[in-house]
Design a protein around this ligand. Structure first.
Ligand SMILES: Nc1ncnc2c1ncn2[C@@H]1O[C@H](COP(=O)(O)OP(=O)(O)OP(=O)(O)O)[C@@H](O)[C@H]1O
Ligand SMILES: [Mg+2]
Length: 478
């Protein structure tokens, strides 16, 4: 990856520079902070990882092997060779170097060294160890020596660190270059994604005050499916049944939620109910949707180039996609001027479209859409705009990351039309939190409010039947 990336020759060819002094490095286990440190200042101050003598020795050796590797490899030649052949060459070389020190390394240490040098040369250095763990959902690099991870809803400090800010910056450059973007003083923020589909945001000084920072949102090699959501207690099976039928019946669905609440995950799950013979076009700022259908065209926005030109935003893509004969449009997240174009598309022959919006309640989601349209400079009377929204969207699903870290579908609402100046909306299912358990996790129950959805005839017209008992007023089993 590093050898062949499109970046500058420093990032493309050479491994990260070797620091003259040995500093804590990639994937080096970080010993637990000493328990004798108890003052508030000591607890909050970032701690530099303390390495044992053996760890320092291994680290120095790794740096030395890296140096030798670069000296012995013919980079020009390597560029023209297939990557798996190059990998094998590098592996052999590392083995030779390790063997010349065979008295000093156990075979387990040799293997670890080899993996780490390979990660450093071709991969994402210290991040590789974290990316191999499927239980990690977020990797949050606050600075080179403070890498947090989220596992099963809990955020914890990981035991990996970069060598220094420069090392972290090089890995960021590699990631960003892979998707043809760049990050520098002129544009110090960038969105990118990893080959496995994980979404990446990087921000560097002067905007990030303590050195480069990076946030990685992972979806795992196998994204969560609706059954997984039910199994994790995100919602009862009946809620999925209803939403699946609504999607098949081409209702337009808006998923609303806060940061990291599970909007994209749910959008992905629901998109599976789109029939295979319908043409779907997805529009995203940083592609993260993983639609399984064969008839999908994926579009991604492009930021401006170094002269500030060439930007293609979501609105441009929505307009263009209308000329691509889509049956349905899926917008990863609606956040600006594309809102009105999307509403119009939903109203005019692209029923069954879906999107997400950043909001804390279903009604707030509608207000956000109004604001987005108005901020884009359209001068539309409020009632006309609301009528447009009310006829474009049928279902609003609210998701939330609740106390304790788990994600839940906290409300499924249906839009009933206009009532005077306001959009009328009724809740079909909801999650009512009753408190927090001794384990720190929220407790509560799912409730069905006993309202027959207005979209039921539409679902039946498509040959699907949902028994009336599905919508009986009751407390549901999660
Ligand atoms: N029901 C769930 N159970 C367990 N994990 C979940 C669930 N829903 C989402 N996740 C995990 O939570 C993380 C955040 O999910 P997701 O990216 O879908 O949220 P989001 O609301 O789209 O976030 P953002 O606002 O950053 O775009 C992901 O790692 C995802 O795998
Ligand atoms: Mg998202």
């Amino acid at each position: 990856m590093g050898l062949f990336s499109r970046g500058s020759s420093t990032t493309a060819v050479a491994p990260p520079p070797i620091p003259s002094s040995v500093t804590p490095s990639l994937a080096t286990p970080r010993p637990a902070p000493s328990i004798s440190i108890s003052t508030a200042a000591a607890e909050t101050a970032p701690q530099t990882p303390q390495l044992t003598e053996r760890q320092l020795y291994l680290q120095k050796t790794r740096v030395r092997i890296h140096q030798q590797l670069v000296e012995r490899l013919d980079m020009q030649n390597l560029r023209t060779m297939p990557q798996d052949v190059v990998r094998q060459e590098v592996r052999n070389l590392i083995r030779d170097i390790c063997q010349s020190e065979k008295n000093l390394f156990s075979s387990a240490e040799q293997e670890t060294l080899m993996d780490q040098v390979m990660d450093e040369t071709f991969g994402l250095g210290p991040l590789e160890a974290l990316l191999k763990d499927p239980a990690i959902s977020d990797i949050l690099v606050n600075r080179w020596d403070r890498v947090y991870i989220e596992r099963r809803g809990r955020i914890e400090l990981s035991d990996v660190a970069f060598r220094d800010n420069q090392h972290l910056r090089q890995i960021i450059d590699r990631i960003v270059a892979q998707v043809g973007r760049r990050i520098d003083e002129v544009s110090p923020m960038a969105d990118a994604r990893l080959p496995d589909g994980s979404r990446v945001n990087a921000i560097i000084p002067p905007l990030a005050l303590d050195g480069p920072a990076m946030s990685i949102r992972r979806f795992g090699s196998k994204p969560l499916a609706a059954e997984d959501l039910v199994r994790h207690g995100a919602c009862p099976q009946e809620v999925i049944e209803f939403l699946a039928a609504a999607v098949r019946a081409r209702c337009n669905v808006l998923i609303s939620g806060g940061t990291g609440s599970g909007k994209t995950t749910l959008l992905n799950c629901l998109s599976r109910y789109i029939p295979n013979d319908e043409r779907v076009i997805t529009i995203e700022d940083a592609a993260e949707l993983q639609l399984q259908q064969p008839h999908v065209v994926r579009l991604e926005t492009r930021p401006a180039n170094i002269e500030g030109k060439g930007e293609i935003n979501q609105r441009d893509l929505v307009k263009n996609c209308l000329r691509m004969r889509p049956d349905r449009i899926v917008i990863g997240e609606t956040r600006g001027g594309e809102a009105l174009d999307m509403l119009q598309a939903m109203n005019t022959g692209h029923e069954g479209s879906m999107t997400t919006v950043h909001a804390n309640a279903p009604r707030d989601a509608l207000s956000r859409l109004e604001i987005m349209v108005l901020m884009a400079g359209y001068d539309i009377p409020m009632r006309a705009l609301r009528t447009q929204i009310a006829s474009a969207i049928q279902i609003i699903v609210q998701v939330r990351r609740i106390t304790g870290g788990s994600r839940k579908v906290t409300s499924v609402s249906e839009i009933g039309g206009m009532e005077g100046e306001n959009i009328q909306m009724h809740e079909i299912f909801s999650f009512e939190q009753s408190g927090v358990g001794t384990d720190g996790h929220a407790e509560g129950q799912f409730v069905c409010h006993g309202i027959m959805p207005r979209c039921l005839p539409r679902i039946e017209n498509r040959g699907m039947t949902l028994g009336p008992e599905l919508f009986e007023r009751r407390i549901m089993k999660a």
